[in-house]
Design a protein around this ligand. Structure first.
Ligand code: HMG
Ligand code: MG
Length: 298
């Protein structure tokens, strides 16, 4: 069966804008987030408190959160890799953070400058302290499908990393197909491996990049397995600067079109999303890669 309701976890302002060649002005980011909230999205990953030299595109995180009119009923999680990032996030008054682990040794090194094991030593005090401060902590498992350096990743390896993150105190982890090579059968296998590792399906979210055009098909496979949180990016913005072959995320509009067709509730207003992504595409100077945005944009 399919779920009655899905939570859209919107990552456009973070995953989308972290990968832009040019730094998007902070006022544009604020307006983008505000428009997304106005389109009914209740979870907006806003930015990252990572090292500003690693991701200069999001170096304005504190300024952004300061300018943003955070609305009641809207959750604004931010990425935090380490204790320094947590200090900065706490200063900015955030209530929800997301740590981001790698399923592979190579990507842990490239994205976090740590070994696979060292990443947990970095995250553990972050989760502990954040929970102590009353924050919610989400997690990602990146390279949960394919890795550009290591090839296909074993589902059991992904499940083992996810298990450690949940045991550490994270409330959810998102299966990141960072480079978009996954296919629906693979998505089922990864979810099944997590369940076999004793993880309830409701701690899982999915995060598909659409590099190979599989994101929507993979999402449907995940919904059929009982996943109810889906990461998406307005207009299909996105990528990871430390994984060259990564392109945009599943477009929120493409997801919404499919959910509407399936009669699954989600709370977003498709027209307002399309309007927002069209506006953002003008700011970025290129058309949105989303098929639904292109079909509906006036
Ligand atoms: P490092 O160089 O090992 O850092 O980087 P360090 O711990 O050795 O510290 C070095 C210096 O940096 C210190 O300063 C720290 O204070 C400072 P010093 O004492 O030398 O003056 N520093 C910081 N400053 C500000 N904010 C911080 C911070 N941390 C240290 N948070 C580090 C390690 C984790 C910081 C670095 O590797 C990093 O920032 N990585 C982030 C990479 C990233 O953001 N990637 C994109 C997000 S992941 C993604 O997109 C995938 C996802 O979408 C899911 C999917 O698609 O699969 C989530
Ligand atoms: Mg991503």
């Amino acid at each position: 069966g399919l779920p009655e309701r899905v939570t859209i976890y919107e990552v456009g302002a973070r995953d989308g804008l972290q990968n832009e060649k040019n730094v998007v002005p902070v006022e544009v980011k604020v307006e983008f987030l505000d428009r997304l909230a106005g389109a009914g999205l209740a979870v907006l990953e806003a930015t990252s408190f990572v090292h500003p030299k690693w991701v200069p595109q999001l170096a304005d995180a504190a300024d952004l959160l300061d300018r943003l009119d955070r609305r009641d009923g809207v959750d604004y999680p931010v990425l935090v890799p380490n204790e320094r990032g947590l200090d900065r996030a706490l200063d900015a008054g955030v209530q929800h953070i997301a740590i981001f682990a790698s399923a592979t040794e190579t990507f842990a090194r490239k994205n976090l400058n740590r070994t696979l094991d060292e990443q947990f030593a970095m995250f553990s005090p972050v989760v502990k302290r954040a929970r102590g401060e009353g924050l919610r902590v989400r997690a990602y498992v990146s390279m949960a499908f394919g890795d550009p350096w290591e090839g296909a990743v074993a589902p059991a390896q992904v499940a083992a990393v996810g298990r450690r993150l949940i045991d550490m105190g994270c409330w959810q982890f998102s299966l990141g197909d960072t480079i978009g090579t996954g296919t629906p059968g693979h998505a089922e296998a990864v979810i099944d491996a997590c369940v076999a590792a004793g993880l309830p399906v409701d701690v899982l979210a999915v995060h598909f990049h659409d590099t190979y055009g599989q994101a929507l098909a993979n999402t449907l496979a995940a919904l059929r397995r009982g996943v109810t949180t889906v990461d998406a990016s307005a207009g299909g913005l996105g990528g990871c600067p430390y994984a060259e072959s990564a392109t945009g995320n599943l477009a929120t509009e493409d997801l919404v079109w499919m959910l509407d067709g399936l009669g699954i509730a989600h709370g977003a207003d498709l027209d307002k999303l399309v309007e927002t992504s069209t506006w953002m595409a003008e700011r970025l100077g290129r058309p949105s890669p989303s098929r639904v945005v292109r079909a509906l944009a006036g």
